[in-house]
Ligand binder design. Structure first.
Ligand SMILES: [Zn+2]
Ligand SMILES: [Zn+2]
Length: 222
């Protein structure tokens, strides 16, 4: 075991700090204003060597503090190529929404984000990722797995072939389940989930929800 994972609960979503002897790596940043929470978690580790900020996708509740954290820590921001244009415009693409209450609420509330200070600052990503890209150059044994559907560039970071940071492909809000509220392309979601399952991770770290999903639980989804 060479990495330690620290879960950070921000107001809307989960962010994760991955720690190894070479550096610290942040997966997602929470909504705008989450930087004090994340910096506190980093300080608690006694580390200042944040080497990369990996964004699972360009939604305000995951990329919202990326620009500020980049300014403060100097760590480069990496995101899949297909979501980089949204990040650059500070947009949250939600595509079509499901007809449940959360889906409809999101659609109603999204235009209000700027008014409540929750619109992400636009940010040019430093690193544009593609499926199969590796992060060894940053000191982390990890590979980018493109798992689109929720957004065009939604990606899972697979660390040491056993820890999967899946963003909003999955949620563990009540029980482990696929994210069913928003998708720019619903037809891509089953294949993205199957792809994650075939990787057989030991643990899946979801973008929302209070617990980490075990590999055997992952196989029971859908
Ligand atoms: Zn999302
Ligand atoms: Zn989310």
């Amino acid at each position: 075991l060479t990495v330690t994972v620290h879960t950070i609960r921000t107001l809307w979503s989960n962010a994760y700090l991955i720690e190894n002897p070479h550096g610290v790596y942040l997966v997602d940043t929470g909504a705008p204003g989450s930087e004090p929470t994340i910096l506190r978690a980093l300080r608690a580790l006694g580390r200042s060597d944040l080497r990369l900020i990996f964004l699972t996708h360009a939604h305000f509740d995951h990329d919202g503090s990326a620009a500020t954290l980049r300014r403060i820590t100097g760590a480069p921001v990496a995101i899949h190529r297909a979501d980089a244009p949204y990040l650059a415009r500070g947009e949250t693409p939600i595509g079509s929404v499901s007809h449940n209450l959360t889906g409809r609420l999101g659609h109603m509330l999204l235009p209000l984000l700027p008014a409540v200070g929750q619109a992400p600052e636009s940010l040019q990503a430093d690193v544009l990722l593609e499926d199969g890209d590796r992060l060894d150059a940053y000191g982390l044994d990890a590979v980018v797995v493109h798992t689109p559907g929720h957004t065009p560039g939604s990606s899972t970071l697979l660390v040491e072939r056993r820890l999967a940071f899946a963003g909003d492909l999955l949620s563990s809000r009540s029980r482990p389940q696929p994210q069913r509220f928003y998708a720019t392309d619903w037809s891509q979601l089953p294949e993205s989930l199957r792809r994650l399952q075939t990787l057989h991770p030991e643990w899946v770290y979801p973008g929302h929800g209070s617990h980490t999903i075990r590999g055997d639980e992952l196989l029971t989804i859908w």
